[in-house]
Design a protein. Structure first.
Ligand code: CMC
Length: 428
């Protein structure tokens, strides 16, 4: 008997089954043979939130949550944040290798050639209400882009697929910047591809006709690093949404609208916005102990703390904390940093947080940096989406090229009524 198997005894029947183990995993379908009666459906697994279910095999991002390790395609996040650029990391995440100088130049040039958006989309953005949440605008804009690029439905055509990747990475900052300008009632700035990826983004956000306008290099670099930290995070809620929608062979814009919508929620990419609101609500260092008590009484959650995978420090949070001070030198210090640092200090020495393995995650500091850079809080998840876009695309490409993948379609345990007889409304 091979050792790489799991022997299961069904105590209902006394039957024993042997199922293969590979990569420390058994296939859920191997449990289906476990039945009491021949015509039973067969054994399933129940896993709300997919806490212990692998839905794919992936070669993109490695996380060791116990040790606090994050690697994209095998490269540690610390090295990429320190030495690489966002577009290079996007190439790495999507194609699996670091680009040669020629590949990188071509990649950057192709993406920066696709920064202009269709004028119809610009008009559509103008129709949103003045106070529309920019994330709602972004989700709608991404979905609407499928109508402007209908050939994108040919998801198995490699050239068409690559073209959409250039378009998405090129156009997302433009949509995000227009959503922001719309929110503050300022005219849109059309892209300037000579300024680099994050430089152009800052320009579209800020430019107001100054003759001496220059992109602040410290802020452009900080944004680039923040985008690198967000670039992928394996099978998180939005990546799963991208794969889930994409598994029906929907075009990448529709799939990415689904992913961006998943990111919008406060338990995922909306968390950095929620952290800022929480720090504002706490208001001062002296109010922290009372707030911690409320967390321990389960009245509120400490936003920016905890993670499904990291049960040690989130390595991205460590890098982000350093960037905060670079940004504060270029802007001015965000007074919320004092509340955040003290909150972190108290939480990390408190039994509740230690026993629950709750540490600051990437969102704990990113919002403070974004606020210091002048972004309104409702832009935070939009910034997260720009950073995460390469990861969504990489997950989507990997899913489409994986012969084992099928349309995402979980099972359920049905607990509802059966076989009821319809009663006409006048007799109820
Ligand atoms: N504050 C207080 N208690 C918490 C927190 C928190 N932030 N997070 C988890 N817990 C407790 C929770 O009450 C539970 O306690 P018990 O076992 O005694 O009932 C235990 O820890 C496990 O919590 P869970 O909700 O089962 O954990 P999860 O893996 O399902 O949730 C999470 C992960 C990130 C949604 C959660 O930690 C959370 O809500 N954090 C706050 C929101 C946040 O910062 N999200 C950003 C995540 S990182 C960026 C991203 O991926 O988008």
């Amino acid at each position: 008997m091979s050792n790489d198997t799991l022997t299961i005894t069904d105590n209902r029947t006394g039957e024993t089954y042997e199922v293969p183990i590979s990569d420390e995993t058994i296939r859920a379908m191997d449990l289906r043979q476990i039945k009491v009666q021949q015509d039973d459906f067969g054994m399933m697994t129940y896993d709300p939130g997919f806490a212990n279910t692998a839905s794919c095999k992936s070669r993109i991002t490695f996380i060791d949550g116990e040790k606090g390790i994050l690697e994209y395609r095998g490269y540690p996040i610390e090295q990429l944040a320190e030495q690489s650029s966002f577009l290079e990391v996007a190439y790495l995440v999507i194609f699996g290798e670091l680009p040669t100088p020629d590949q990188l130049a071509h990649w950057e040039q192709r993406i920066m050639r696709h920064t202009y958006i269709h004028e119809n989309l610009t008009h559509m953005l103008k129709t949103f209400r003045y106070d529309a949440h920019p994330m709602g605008i972004l989700v709608s804009a991404i979905a609407s882009m499928s109508t402007l690029h209908p050939e994108s439905k040919q998801v198995h055509d490699q050239d068409i697929r690559l073209k959409q990747i250039y378009r998405i990475l090129g156009k997302l900052p433009t949509v995000a910047a227009f959503a922001y300008r719309h929110r503050i009632g300022r005219p849109y700035n059309y892209p300037n591809s000579t300024l680099g990826y994050t430089g152009n983004f800052l320009y579209m956000l800020d430019y107001m006709g100054q003759s001496n306008y220059e992109v602040n290099p410290v802020l452009a670099h900080a944004l680039d690093v923040l985008f690198i930290l967000d670039a992928d995070h394996e099978q998180n809620c939005s990546a799963s949404a991208m794969r889930g929608v994409g598994s029906s062979e929907a075009d990448p814009y529709s799939s990415m609208a689904g992913a961006a919508a998943a990111l919008y929620g406060p338990l995922h990419g909306g968390a950095n916005e929620a952290v800022l609101r929480m720090l504002g609500e706490i208001g001062s260092v002296s109010n922290i102990p009372a707030y911690i008590e409320r967390v321990k009484n389960r009245e509120v959650r400490l936003m920016g703390f905890g993670h499904r995978v990291y049960k040690n420090y989130d390595p991205r949070a460590r890098i982000i904390k350093k960037i905060a001070y670079d940004v504060f030198e270029a802007t001015e210090i965000n007074p919320l940093i004092d509340i955040a640092l003290e909150l972190e200090r108290i939480a990390l020495s408190d039994d509740y947080f230690i026993s629950h393995k709750l540490y600051p995650n990437v969102d704990f500091y990113s919002g403070i940096i974004y606020q210091a850079m002048g972004f309104p809080v409702d832009m935070f998840p939009v910034l997260f989406a720009l950073g995460r876009a390469p990861g969504w695309l990489a997950q989507w490409v990997e899913m489409l090229d994986d012969p084992e993948q099928r349309i995402a379609r979980p099972r359920q345990i049905y607990l509802g009524e059966r076989g009821r007889q319809y009663i006409p409304v006048d007799q109820r």
